[in-house]
Write a protein that binds this ligand. Structure first.
Ligand code: ZN
Length: 364
């Protein structure tokens, strides 16, 4: 994925080829925090990447989306931090079984903890698995979910919607939060002059200060620059702020092409900048797509037309197309405003044969 995207905070990397298990990695600037969407085959991710991950978002627990959780646990369990994992209802139970499948008698007080969130339709149920206690499950809170937002920090917001894949499958939208931006032209027209007050205004809006506290600004008055007290800094910002469309990424995988699913997706993904979307089947196999609640190229063409993302990345093609995988791109009919992002066939390294392993050993 060499395409440059118009993001400020998000830096996406798709760690999969078209036929690999889907794994979307996001680096959040400027913190360098890492997020992972889905966790199938992930053994090719560098340990440094794994260690930077703070939060995982799982669509559903079919093996090709979740089996890498063991690799992930292996890479991070001795790190002194808490890692959040979001997924559909039942994920906590699966993590309980996963973690109970190993012996943890050598656990140390500095080991990590996993905080697992079952994202239900109207609430989020959280459980914690403290590493220092051998990852025994401790029950946590249940919080009501008044809207689709499941995660919010200073840089991004993550929203989720539960779709049907014969089991619940979550689709995610990750949006950058608007950053402080002043339009020089508007500032000039308002008769204002740059100064330290802009820094204070930013604190008013995003920091600890109250947005409704009066603020001293600098105004041009003939040849002079004078101080003036503004009663409502938030209103002032509305008049001088620059255009900064909040860029976002949509992640859709493993859903049936049903009226209900499409309605949810259209509502959630409208105006998304980059859409990463499953396309498991070619149009000749539409029936297979319907039977297994996946999408085919015809479905994806309809979605791309309804959603009109700026960039569109189809992924997760069935391995049955190992020799005909490029036909996916022939069958795509995207609106001219949508830029297609192509993937290689595979991005994961090929597994070794015994003779290849012996050759490497001889060279070493
Ligand atoms: Zn699935």
């Amino acid at each position: 994925m060499t395409q440059r995207f118009p993001f400020h905070t998000l830096e996406p990397t798709f760690f999969s080829g078209l036929l690999d298990d889907p794994v979307l990695h996001l680096t959040i600037r400027p913190t360098g925090k890492g997020l992972l969407l889905d966790c199938g085959r992930i053994h090719h991710l560098a340990k440094r990447v794994m260690k930077s991950l703070s939060t995982l978002f799982i669509s559903h627990a079919h093996m090709d989306h979740f089996m890498g959780i063991d690799t992930f646990i292996r890479s991070v369990h001795v790190a002194p931090k808490t890692i959040d994992i979001y997924g559909p209802p039942g994920l906590t139970k699966k993590m309980t079984c996963k973690l109970a499948g190993y012996d943890w008698n050598l656990a140390e007080p500095t080991w990590c903890s996993f905080r697992v969130h079952d994202v239900c339709a109207d609430c989020i149920e959280t459980a914690i698995f403290p590493g220092p206690e051998g990852f025994i499950r401790r029950s946590g809170d249940t919080v009501l979910r008044p809207d689709r937002t499941i995660y919010l920090d200073e840089q991004i917001k993550v929203e989720a919607e539960q779709c049907d894949h014969k089991i619940p499958s979550l689709v995610y939208r990750i949006s950058e939060l608007p950053s402080f931006l002043v339009d020089e032209e508007k500032l000039h027209r308002a008769g204002l002059v740059r100064g330290n007050w802009l820094r204070i205004l930013k604190k008013h809006l995003y920091g600890s200060k109250q947005a409704n506290e009066p603020l001293k600004v600098l105004r041009r008055q003939g040849e002079d620059i004078v101080e003036e007290l503004v009663e409502n800094p938030a209103n002032l910002y509305e008049r001088i702020c620059g255009e900064h469309p909040a860029a976002s990424i949509g992640y859709i995988t493993d859903i049936g092409f049903t009226g209900k699913n499409i309605e949810k997706i259209v509502n959630l993904m409208k105006g998304v900048t980059l859409l990463v979307c499953e396309c498991s089947f070619l149009r000749q196999d539409k029936e297979k797509a319907r039977m297994s609640a996946h999408l085919c190229t015809d479905d994806v063409n309809i979605l791309a037309d309804r959603l009109r993302p700026r960039f569109f990345l189809p992924m997760h093609l069935s391995k049955s197309y190992i020799h005909t995988w490029e036909r996916l791109y022939d069958e795509l009919e995207l609106p001219s405003s949508v830029t297609l992002v192509r993937l290689p066939k595979y991005l994961t390294p090929q597994p070794l044969l015994p003779c290849e392993a012996r050759k490497i050993a001889r060279q070493g």
